[in-house]
Design a protein around this ligand. Sequence first.
Ligand code: C2E
Ligand code: MG
Ligand code: MG
Ligand code: MG
Length: 274
Amino acid sequence: KVRRDRQVQTLAFKPEMDVALERRRTLETELFKAIVRDELHMVYQPLVKLADQSIFGVEALLRWDHRELGPISPAEFVPIAEENGYIVELGAWALNRGMKEALSWSSPLRLSVNISAIQLSRGNLIATVQEALHRTSFPAERLDLEITESLFIDDSLDLEFHMRELKSIGCSFSLDDFGTGYSSLGYIPKYPFSKIKLDRSFVRQSISNEQDIAVIEAVMHLAKGYRMAVVVEGIENPDQASKLKELGCQLGQGFLFGRPMSAVNLSTLLSNAA
Ligand code: C2E
Ligand code: MG
Ligand code: MG
Ligand code: MG
């Protein structure tokens, strides 16, 4: 009986798995053509000071609008590109486009660009960043590179060397999605981070959960000890914002302050604010 049940289950799940695999294969092939077909663009989400909601920087986020399949989330295509190495090209494209567009804005905002482990280990990121800075004349002091916490589990990537090199030319670093990895905290001071971005899973709804509050307070304490700033991600409502302010958080990001938007729309927002 057990065997029969299992067989039935296998049959029932197989078509779905095929569909998922098929989509993955399609996306993989199509992604290689995305740059030349001009299907990629960047959107920018404000990073604000919670005290007055003023914008001090933006995070650049990659978007892919396939001509037939429509918009495809980076949460879906970035992992594919990481697996086949194409993230090196995509990442270089994102850096260049981000810096170029950021220079067209009326205020000198900081620009945060997400960087994948693969770019650090295989992509010669130092040269890529230097070239992009040179080509666009974007000031290195305004460039921030976001690296996701889960990378720091793998010590073999030689992240420290790459980061120190980039820091020496003026770039800064943020530790992204903090709290979602499962590494010990001991690695943090080894790397030259200036900011910790607390993952949005800690600010659900109204932040009334005592455990979430304890984590937020602990992270702020930790960051203070290391002289790092904390940016809280995923702030969607005024209750969250005021609670975070009460807890002493200074910087935030989320739909409440602004959705990711095109360079032109950000430009308009900045001139209206001025
Ligand atoms: P991330 O770096 O943690 O970026 C923040 C994500 O949270 C973005 O999703 C943003 O749209 C979303 N978000 C911001 N505020 C809120 C909010 O208030 N509520 C909710 N529910 N979500 C919010 P997005 O743009 O879909 O990007 C997903 C992930 O894809 C990014 O997470 C990042 O890991 C990756 N990614 C995006 N662009 C790039 C890129 O150029 N290079 C690399 N390597 N990864 C990228
Ligand atoms: Mg990020
Ligand atoms: Mg993040
Ligand atoms: Mg995240």
